[in-house]
Design a protein around this ligand. Structure first.
Ligand SMILES: [Fe+2]
Length: 222
């Protein structure tokens, strides 16, 4: 499957990822639905859904050779933060809703990001993973805050797709209150064409080396 053809069929991303999963037997990952334990506690807050569709990104893409549309085939896992991985921890959670603000169960989310040095894994294995929302449309991602690269604001690439729905490719950003790696996030956001405040996560206070954040997606389902 080529990168471009990945988006030509509405279900092709899920198909590709599912096929890849079959070939990834034995890879450490969290299969199955999200639990209702503490990991999703911050998702229990009232939805902030407005019905406004989450906008797509406006580039630029990850550096080559990753390309604009990274390949399907990431591991299924909610935790893409590897043991010993340096960086400020980030627990991101939220919901995937449709345009009527109804939760989308079994929505696919595929996250990919740079590390605390602003580098992507060219194999697209590290800091890359996909998961599915639970019956209430909830997701949880355990990761690290990415360092900015070049003059880009720090961001996380994400693709979201309802079952048999179109693929939304976008990026999540951070507010100026983020304190990590000496980044001047407000300044980076202000000078970046790619920054969209509608795509900024809702960031909680930093506690030690950890942030919690929330972002709710609104996607088309057909
Ligand atoms: Fe990027």
């Amino acid at each position: 499957m080529t990168a471009e053809s990945m988006l030509t069929g509405r279900a092709s991303l899920i198909t590709g990822l599912s096929a890849a999963l079959l070939g990834l037997a034995g890879v450490a990952c969290n299969h199955g639905r999200l639990s209702s334990g503490t990991a999703v506690a911050s998702s229990e807050q009232a939805s902030i859904c407005t019905g406004e569709k989450t906008p797509p990104d406006r580039g630029p893409p990850p550096p080559r050779p990753t390309g604009r549309y990274f390949r399907p085939g990431s591991a299924q896992r909610r935790n893409i933060r590897e043991p010993g991985m340096p960086g400020v921890w980030l627990n991101l959670s939220g919901r995937v809703n449709d345009e009527d603000c109804k939760p989308v169960a079994r929505a696919l989310l595929d996250f990919f990001q740079a590390d605390s040095h602003g580098k992507y894994d060219r194999r697209e294995l590290r800091l890359h993973g996909h998961q599915f929302t639970d019956g209430q449309g909830r997701y949880v991602l355990r990761t690290i805050v990415p360092l900015n690269y070049l003059n880009r604001p720090p961001h996380i690439h994400v693709k979201v797709q309802a079952p048999d729905g179109p693929v939304l490719g976008t990026q999540l950003f951070f507010p100026a209150t983020l304190r990590a790696y000496g980044m001047r996030v407000g300044r980076l956001n202000a000078h970046a064409r790619s920054f969209n405040p509608a795509l900024a996560v809702h960031l909680g206070p930093r506690r030690g080396n950890r942030y919690s954040a929330r972002f709710d997606f609104v996607i088309a389902v057909a």
